[in-house]
Design a protein. Structure first.
Lengths: 128, 157
């Protein structure tokens, strides 16, 4: 099944890298949507059905914590899986993001295999 | 050099090497003289982080290295790389290496990285007074420097 992935990161270079790595990993992606912050991401989610969200934490306007909290509110995106992509691998940060509703956490640096494994795991959990 | 500085130096080496190989498809050939880039034309990026601890991180590279790393990161040809892309990619390297080193440091409780600031000095002078490591890559050098301040974080926290 071809996926629609929403990439949320304030760095255009990082968004391009994620697209590149996803392609190298062999993940079947039909459509990449992009947002530079949580606010733009919520607008994308409202306009398009999305299979999974890959989000950074440190972003202007609306950061990743606020974005995931908003997603997990009463809106229609509660069940959309969210994978956090961050350099921050401290226990406190990972725990916070999971408590907010992220179902995956990918620490930078990562390569194609790690991205594929995490997406497979998260989407598998979703379909169980 | 104290024990913490030794640890930071080792982490800067391992994190930089791992990130360069994994995300930039670039190999570190050897260590380089960490003072050799002073006064030279460089592409640099610097960020401040706050939390427990707070501090600063800086990366600087030969312009040719910045270009080749950008091409490797984005999967494009070097002649397609723009200065804006170089700044973005050097900022990503700055962000990732700092975050990885802090996450591995052990004594870190939490931290938040501010947005990196890019610069292109014709005569580079380090702006971060911390533990510095330099690496020889194909075609030039790249240096990283991390300053970690546990004491002011403890006082403010």
């Amino acid at each position: 099944m071809a996926l629609t992935i929403l990439i949320v990161d304030d760095s255009p270079a990082m968004r391009a890298f994620i697209r590149r790595v996803a392609k190298l990993s062999g993940i079947d992606v039909d459509c990449y949507l992009e947002a530079a912050n949580g606010q733009e991401a919520l607008a994308q989610l409202a306009a398009h059905p999305v299979d999974a969200v890959l989000t950074d934490i440190n972003m202007p306007v609306m950061d990743g914590e606020t974005f995931v909290r908003e997603m997990r509110g009463d809106g229609p995106f509660q069940s959309t899986p969210v994978i956090v992509i961050s350099t921050d691998a401290t226990t406190e940060r990972i725990q916070t993001m999971h408590e907010l509703g992220a179902v995956g956490y990918l620490q930078k640096p990562f390569g194609p295999e790690q991205l594929r494994n995490e997406l497979d795991r998260v989407l598998g959990v979703r379909h169980e | 050099m104290n024990e913490l500085d030794h640890l930071i130096g080792a982490l800067l080496h391992s994190c930089s090497e791992h990130i360069l190989e994994t995300m930039f498809f670039a190999a570190v050939f050897d260590n380089a003289d960490s003072q050799a880039s002073n006064g030279c034309k460089r592409v640099a990026s610097r960020l401040h982080f706050h939390g427990k601890p707070s501090g600063d991180f800086e990366v600087d590279a030969d312009p040719g290295i910045a270009r080749s790393l950008t091409a490797g990161f984005l999967g494009i040809e070097e002649n397609e790389v723009t200065p804006a892309q170089e700044d973005q990619v050097m900022a990503e390297f700055c962000n990732m290496t700092c975050g990885s080193a802090l996450s591995s440091l052990g004594r870190v409780e939490y931290f938040s990285l501010e947005t990196p600031e890019a610069s292109r000095p014709h005569e580079f002078a380090p702006t971060v007074d911390g533990v510095r490591r330099a690496f020889l890559l194909e075609g030039g050098t790249l240096s990283v420097c991390l300053r970690v301040d546990f004491e002011s974080a403890a006082q403010s926290g």
